[in-house]
Ligand binder design. Structure first.
Ligand code: HEC
Length: 206
């Protein structure tokens, strides 16, 4: 009886969960006029993040080696993104995401996956990567924009995202301990690595 009761409860929870209203979301590529407004702010945020991350990473690698430097990526990327977002006007959120993510917290959602496909298709075709891609998202009456800037792997990045076989042993051990399901290795120089996403809710005119 007890077991039956539990099963019933589980079913009820499942039905309840499925019946929950999903938010009404509509995603489309932004028009040229909309993009013209969003791109300057998005690219400013993305550049600020990349500059500060690269500087912090290089300094940490020099000071303590790559195994020490993963703390920068892991511990400082989040506060850095929050700090940059706060310094910009309007509601801004910054995230890094990739098909092959290291931290599951950076995994792409459906909307971000569409943007990753946009760049990956160009990269697969051997084409030049567009500098950005902007989505307009309407959700329950609110409108915001997602600005995406593609990232390619350069020499510095390969220290931690390159071939696992040739990776520094301490680094390999530190990565295995912290990210047991790490997908973000095996990249070559110039590969499409992922995107910086800047979600921007423009300030209302009133
Ligand atoms: C010192 C090692 C190190 C270097 C160098 C490094 N990364 Fe990372 N990278 C990491 C770690 C660790 C994470 C996971 C961060 C976290 O926990 O959010 C990460 C995460 C990322 C992510 C977020 C998606 C994911 O995989 O979780 C992107 C995108 C990324 N790195 C791109 C780059 C690029 C581009 C470069 C070169 C400019 C670079 N990384 C250099 C260690 C490094």
């Amino acid at each position: 009886m007890k077991r039956l009761g539990l099963t019933f409860l589980t079913m009820l929870m499942l039905v309840w969960g499925c019946g929950q209203e999903t938010p009404q979301q509509n995603v489309a590529e932004a028009s040229a006029e909309e993009a013209a407004e969003i791109v300057p702010l998005g690219s400013r945020a993305a550049t600020m993040l990349m500059d500060s991350l690269k500087a912090a990473l290089s300094a940490a690698i020099i000071a303590g080696g790559p195994a020490h430097a993963i703390d920068i990526c892991n511990l400082q990327a989040m506060p850095l993104t929050a700090e940059i977002a706060q310094s910009l006007p309007g509601e801004v959120q910054i995230k890094r995401t990739s098909f092959k993510y290291r931290n599951p917290a950076n995994a792409p959602d459906d909307v971000e996956t569409a943007a990753l496909h946009y760049f990956a298709a160009k990269a697969d075709a051997g084409a030049e990567l567009p500098g950005h891609y902007v989505q307009k998202v309407s959700e329950n009456g609110a409108v915001y924009f997602n600005y995406y800037q593609p990232l390619r792997t350069a020499g510095l990045c390969l220290t931690c995202h390159g071939d696992r076989e040739t990776m520094d042993d301490n680094l390999k051990a530190a990565l295995a301990a912290r990210y047991p399901q790490d997908l973000a290795t095996g990249y070559g120089e110039g590969d499409f690595r992922g995107v910086i996403k800047v979600q921007i809710e423009p300030e209302s005119d009133q």
